[in-house]
Design a protein around this ligand. Structure first.
Ligand SMILES: [Zn+2]
Length: 114
């Protein structure tokens, strides 16, 4: 009888833990909505947005003919090619956290993780 009670408790605790894990999982999934995305702006105007969780490659063309090649890969955005003379945007590396930015001053391009 005592043995049975212990077992029931064990099952109950196990069930609670499982439920908590499931709820935590759902919470984590729903907390991710809306998905993190990459905002591309030129001169402060958003021109394109891409979800960060989808691998993409996009060439940003600024008004004066400057280009920045944006690559989104493995949940991180980076600039792999740019027409600007300083190439600072390339050396800034990749951004993957909300609030991080990659800036190309000569082309007036700002990549923001939102
Ligand atoms: Zn640049």
């Amino acid at each position: 009888m005592k043995e049975n009670k212990k077992r029931n408790e064990f099952i109950l605790i196990g069930g609670l833990l499982l439920a908590a894990a499931v709820f935590y999982g759902i919470f984590r999934l729903s907390a991710r909505e809306p998905a993190v995305y990459v905002d591309i702006s030129i001169d402060g105007q958003t021109i394109r947005e891409f979800p960060l969780d989808q691998d993409t490659e996009y060439v940003i063309e600024s008004e004066k003919g400057g280009i920045n090649r944006l690559v989104i890969e493995d949940g991180a955005a980076r600039i792999t090619e740019a027409s600007c003379p300083d190439k600072l945007c390339i050396s800034q590396g990749s951004a993957s956290e909300r609030g991080q930015t990659i800036v190309c001053l000569p082309n007036r391009v700002v990549i923001t993780i939102k």
